[in-house]
Design a protein around this ligand. Structure first.
Ligand code: HEM
Ligand code: HEM
Length: 235
């Protein structure tokens, strides 16, 4: 990948793996959120034999299929963070130790609150987005994967990799199975808050910011709406 220049009209930011991962995990999380909610608050029981309707069976089946899609997608995403361009590492390592990063975060808060009128220009994610992606997406997703596999290991039982690698230490660490359910459930709501905000902001920034947003996650290219230099971009 060539060195990025501030005055370039378009920069290739998101490679195909990241784009495919993003949209696959969007569908996976949608399915996990709906089925997870229904596992926690099940619909009324149906009369007749369970095998005639298999209601909870299908709900749990979809949850587990989507869970494996999420896990495989996340492993692919980590691989891309290791071998991909510098933007592919951004969400895993926000530069929290840098004062300039927090100054930029404060500016973005004011921009989102419509206090400042001039948006800055970013090739990668803006610092506030980065902060939200790390604390409200990356960490909760890792937590959901770990606690989810711990719950899953209860079904597959002792001797299975899910039990040995996850259930065996996560369940005692949290207390008992019901505690893991509760924490797993609460992490879902963190992710729901992230997704609602993320979609609002993606649409808002697509309209109001100085660069392309939604189309960048489809084509991979970031285009700029003006040719003023991106002196504000975090290096
Ligand atoms: C975005 C990710 C995920 C969300 C939003 C989510 C959500 C939920 C929710 C809300 C519950 C119900 C908890 C309760 O109230 O008892 C649940 C249960 C469960 N989840 Fe997830 N989950 C996710 C990822 C995973 C993953 C990666 C696995 C791994 C296999 C997993 C496995 C399970 C299992 C085994 C249960 C318990 C099912 C049962 O007791 O019948 N989940 N999930
Ligand atoms: C479950 C739903 C979703 C989750 C968990 C999610 C998560 C994420 C994450 C983690 C990133 C950072 C990508 C990276 O650098 O690796 C991202 C970027 C992005 N997402 Fe989503 N997303 C979801 C749904 C959506 C939807 C529905 C849209 C469209 C409206 C969208 C639009 C975008 C865009 C445009 C970017 C790139 C932002 C930028 O270039 O700064 N996302 N998303």
């Amino acid at each position: 990948m060539p060195e990025l220049k501030d005055t370039q009209e378009a920069v290739y930011v998101y490679g195909p793996w990241i784009r495919i991962w993003h949209w696959v995990q969007m569908f996976a999380i949608l399915a996990l959120g709906i089925t997870g909610y229904l596992i926690g608050s099940p619909p009324e029981s149906l009369s007749g034999e369970a095998y005639d309707h298999y209601q909870m069976g299908y709900i749990r089946y979809i949850h587990f299929v989507a869970a494996y899609a999420l896990i495989i997608g996340f492993i692919v995403r980590i691989w891309r963070a290791v071998v991909g361009n510098r933007h592919s590492r951004e969400i895993f390592a926000p530069p929290l130790w840098r004062k300039s990063f927090w100054v930029e975060v404060w500016h973005e808060i004011k921009w989102y609150a419509m206090i400042v009128k001039e948006p800055k220009k970013y090739v990668g994610h803006n610092p506030l987005a980065l902060l939200a992606m790390f604390f409200l997406y990356v960490l909760p997703t890792v937590f959901l994967i770990f606690t989810g596999l711990a719950l899953y290991g209860e079904g597959t039982g002792m001797g299975s990799w899910q039990y040995d690698w996850f259930s065996s230490w996560i369940i005692p660490l949290m207390g008992q199975s019901q505690d893991v359910h509760t924490w797993h459930h609460m992490a879902m709501w963190v992710l729901v808050c992230f997704v609602i905000t993320h979609v609002y902001v993606a649409v808002r920034e697509d309209i109001m910011s100085r660069q392309s947003i939604i189309s960048s996650m489809i084509s991979g290219w970031r285009q700029f709406k003006d040719d003023r230099p991106a002196e504000d971009e975090i290096k």
